[in-house]
Design a protein around this ligand. Structure first.
Ligand SMILES: NC(=O)C1=CN([C@@H]2O[C@H](COP(=O)(O)OP(=O)(O)OC[C@H]3O[C@@H](n4cnc5c(N)ncnc54)[C@H](O)[C@@H]3O)[C@@H](O)[C@H]2O)[C@H](O)CC1
Ligand SMILES: [K+]
Length: 481
């Protein structure tokens, strides 16, 4: 059983607004208790991070505001000087109204001057229920604040997509309730959340287990990478084949070295005969084949291929259709994606594609909605796993699952890092992992190796620096017990 199936993945679930609403309905009878706990946890987390100071809690009309009134009560009971500014009072008789009525402390007008005078402003105006653009009065209020702690999400952040609906002042900290939302990790939302901490509201296990979560923060609880065993042999570890081009040798060699260093049993390059010597000189360890691709495909053990890094359009055209016709598992990147622009259906049958945003728009058109929805739609349309690369890389499966990866470093923003990633995906596919799990694990291991290499080189790395970090990165990616 994979970790994904055994339920550990629930810890890294990212809740959509629909998930939250469904959860609220499921636990309607205990919601007052949950809100009480939410407010208390917010107050506690603030106490853990700050000395007592003048606090202003800005409350909205919904449950986010309700959490704010509770947090104000706790901080005040602990002796902190607290006032509340209400943007809009809760509907009479609502849960938030009940919490507001229990607030007996100071109320001040919802104006920027009040926000400016506070040492700390708690943003409890809008949370997961934010459904239109941020009112200007709210924008101006927070723009005047010094330090802001957001309950759940900063007001104005679309928790589902990371889109920002207005001028949102960056927060110092966001306290996610129960679980993070996709918007805490996705740009541009991620940049305004500050440090994101999660408040455990002790939700009954039965309710959590009922959640039909489709989005997770990428991490080792989502997959299990095969570990070494006494009976290992190279074919059990997996065979990776890489198509190399006539001109750009470096890209295919990066994928080649990455697959070798992350533990593939055997890695082979298939290249045009004129270029073979260059490949052999560049990497004496390389097994370089020059036989025609049709010939190489007679070997059934070569079932996983990387196609694209370092390939020109013509080369992609001569290789990708053959690989697919032979029923191989293909990781398509770079040249293969450029060749498929304008005829995206040519990618049908590919196991994993790894576009960056530019390649993605050339394949699927300009972005209309969120990146998350677009990646998910593309995966369903092609029946392929899509790795949409970026600072927040998305790994989308045709069945709607999405892993959001922020386990990375800006140090990886160098040419060649993407070729390394293709080699890693192929190595994990060849080791027998299902495509979505292999892709998610590869992205995480890539990020881990990047962080390790960056630490040694003060952030300034070249793709080659990743190779010797890959063994330890793979080890770190083993599922926690
Ligand atoms: N299960 C949980 O995760 C729990 C979360 N809690 C908190 O509840 C909020 C979500 O509460 P909800 O009432 O659904 O939404 P909001 O508080 O964000 O406000 C909705 C309210 O505001 C109006 N509104 C929305 N956007 C705008 C706008 N741009 N301008 C004006 N008015 C707007 C909308 O019409 C509604 O009236 C979650 O974030 C948590 O903080 C629970 O406390 C515990 C369980
Ligand atoms: K908020």
């Amino acid at each position: 059983m994979s970790c994904f199936q055994c339920g550990k993945a629930l810890a890294s679930a990212l809740l959509s607004p629909e998930d939250t609403q469904r959860m609220d309905r499921e636990m309607a009878s205990i919601l007052p208790m949950v809100m009480e706990r939410a407010g208390m946890m917010v107050a506690r987390l603030i106490r853990q991070h700050r000395r007592p100071c003048r606090v202003l809690v800005a409350c909205g009309p919904g449950n986010n505001g309700g959490d704010g009134y509770v947090a104000a009560r706790y901080l005040s009971e602990w002796g902190w000087p607290v006032s509340v500014a209400s943007f809009q009072l809760p509907r009479e008789g609502s849960l938030a109204d009940q919490m507001a009525r229990r607030w007996k402390g100071a109320m001040v007008p919802f104006v920027p001057e009040e926000a400016q005078q506070a040492d700390l402003v708690i943003d409890a105006v809008f949370g997961a229920g934010m459904n239109r653009d941020l009112p200007e009065a709210v924008e101006r209020f927070f723009a005047a604040a010094g330090q802001i702690v957001a309950i759940d999400v900063p007001s104005g952040l679309d928790g589902a997509t990371g889109a920002v609906r207005g001028q949102v002042t960056p927060c110092w900290m966001s306290i996610a309730l129960i679980r993070k939302r996709p918007g805490h990790l996705l740009s541009p939302g991620r940049e305004i959340c500050g440090e994101v901490v999660c408040a455990d509201l002790a939700i009954p296990e039965a309710i959590m287990a009922e959640m039909d979560v489709r989005v997770w923060e990428n991490g080792p609880s989502l997959w299990s990478i095969p570990v070494q065993a006494a009976d290992d042999h190279k074919y059990k570890r997996g065979v990776v084949s890489i198509c190399g081009g006539a001109e750009m040798h470096g890209a295919a060699l990066f994928a080649f070295e990455a697959a070798r260093h992350v533990g593939a049993g055997l890695v082979r390059l298939t290249v045009p005969s004129d270029a073979a010597l260059l490949y052999r000189l560049a990497s004496p360890a390389a097994i370089v084949d020059t036989q025609p691709l049709e010939q190489a495909l007679k070997d059934e053990r070569r079932h996983v291929w990387v196609c694209g890094p370092g390939l020109g359009m013509e080369e992609a055209e001569q290789t990708l259709p053959l690989l697919l016709k032979a029923g191989r598992q293909v990781v398509a990147d770079a040249g293969a994606l450029s060749w498929a622009a304008g005829k995206t259906e040519a990618l049908k049958g590919v196991s994993v594609i790894t576009p960056h945003m530019g390649e993605f728009s050339r394949l699927f058109g300009d972005l209309t909605g969120s990146r998350l929805d677009a990646a998910r739609r593309a995966a369903a349309e092609l029946d392929t796993v899509v790795i949409l690369k970026g600072a927040d890389t998305l790994i989308a499966a045709p069945d709607g699952r999405v892993a959001v990866n922020v386990h990375a470093t800006p140090a990886l923003a160098v040419a060649g890092a993407g070729d390394v990633l293709s080699g890693l995906v192929a190595a994990f596919l060849a080791a027998g992992m299902p495509a979505w799990e292999a892709a998610a694990a590869a992205v995480w291991v890539h990020g881990e190796a990047g962080q390790r290499a960056a630490e040694k080189k003060a952030g300034w790395i070249v793709p080659e620096d990743l190779f010797y970090e890959l063994g330890r990165a793979r080890q770190a990616a083993s599922c926690p017990a």
